[in-house]
Design a protein around this ligand. Structure first.
Ligand code: AHM
Ligand code: MG
Length: 330
């Protein structure tokens, strides 16, 4: 069932085709409210001296920005989650944070993805994934190490010219806009579908010499355009913010790639399974697209650790399948 544009988020959740539990409903509303708050913080960050880096690194050796830390602190406040969340894991924390033993869900997120864009007022986003919490016992990291097929919800909030939330509960993809003056999230598009083919790719071209042969072959064929094997011209876009690049694909199709490569630092990929690749792959599949790590489906991987990385190739189905075939043939 497609719902009518301008439907408020709460009403949308109440009318879902397959009922959404009251706890998940509250959790999503709390996530939306938290992201609206973060949108205001990001939207005034230069004015409030919240730009720039801190002299500290996260567990993955990345220098943290002031807003990486501040947004993480905002999202881990237990009172936000109204007893719905048993535990939290985030890009910015070494290990999990237990929240409420009775909570039904695990919440995993990247509070500000694409944070190198913060300094230049470029697009950034929050990515989130929700899993069922284990029924009993003390929470451990192992409870989070589950394949993406087990997600009960996944989504992102994009902080661009507009603040948008794109979410799935496994019954299609919906896009909401945050109406600042009304302080309300309103439906923009429901049951979004990505075109199966595209003429647009997104990849950091400066890494060309490091890529594996299947990726070089695919991109070289795109760049060769009409005169090459593909017989058509391609265009390139790269925002250096996964949420921004993926939102373009959700809107008009395309292929996004951050593949594994031959460097020591690139052999496992750059993006993380649990809070980047999985929720985005869930959205893309629900919108009729495909998402692979190279040879395999992203959602079928079982991560061995919280901050595990993966290759990411996703978007318009026929293009993703073509790259996947190049991997299998190689
Ligand atoms: P981050 O989580 O540290 O912000 O890194 C993830 C980001 C993605 O949003 C984006 O697609 C990619 O890293 C950009 O990488 P690069 O700087 O190599 O272009
Ligand atoms: Mg990130």
């Amino acid at each position: 069932m497609t719902q009518t544009p301008n439907t408020p988020l709460g009403q949308y959740l109440d009318a879902a085709k397959t009922p959404i539990s009251p706890e998940l409903n509250r959790l999503i509303l709390a996530m939306a409210a938290s992201c609206a708050e973060l949108s205001d913080i990001i939207g005034t960050s230069s004015l409030n001296n919240l730009q720039g880096a801190l002299e500290q690194e996260n567990v993955q050796g990345e220098v943290q920005k002031k807003l990486d830390v501040l947004s993480n602190e905002l999202f881990i406040q237990p009172e936000r989650w109204h007893g719905t969340v048993a535990g939290i894991a985030s890009e910015e924390m070494d290990t999990l944070v237990p929240v409420d033993a009775d909570g039904d869900y695990l919440l995993i997120f990247d509070p500000v993805d694409g944070s190198s864009n913060l300094d230049v007022n470029g697009t950034v986003g929050t990515i989130f994934s929700i899993l069922d919490a284990p029924k009993a016992g003390d929470l451990s990291e192992a409870d989070f190490l589950r394949p993406g097929t087990e997600q009960v919800a996944g989504g992102y909030v994009l902080y661009g010219p507009e603040t948008l939330m794109v979410v799935t509960f496994g019954q299609g993809v919906a896009v909401f806009g945050y109406h600042r003056h009304k302080n309300e999230w309103l439906l923009i598009r429901d049951q979004v579908q990505i075109p199966a083919t595209t003429r647009e790719f997104a990849i950091n071209m400066s890494n060309h010499r490091h890529w594996d042969a299947p990726v070089q072959r695919y991109i070289d064929e795109c760049v060769a355009g009409k005169d090459g094997a593909r017989g058509k011209d391609f265009n390139m876009r790269w925002l250096a913010s996964m949420v921004g690049d993926v939102h373009r694909i959700i809107t008009r199709g395309g292929i996004f790639m951050y593949p594994t490569d031959r460097r020591e630092s690139g052999k496992n990929g750059k993006l993380r399974v649990l809070y980047e690749a999985n929720p985005i792959a869930f959205l893309i599949e629900q919108a009729g697209g495909a998402a692979v790590n190279g040879p395999e489906r992203i959602l079928s991987q079982t991560p061995q650790k919280l901050h595990q990385r993966t290759g990411v190739i996703l978007g318009s189905r026929e293009e993703v399948e073509r790259v996947q075939a190049y991997y299998t043939e190689a």
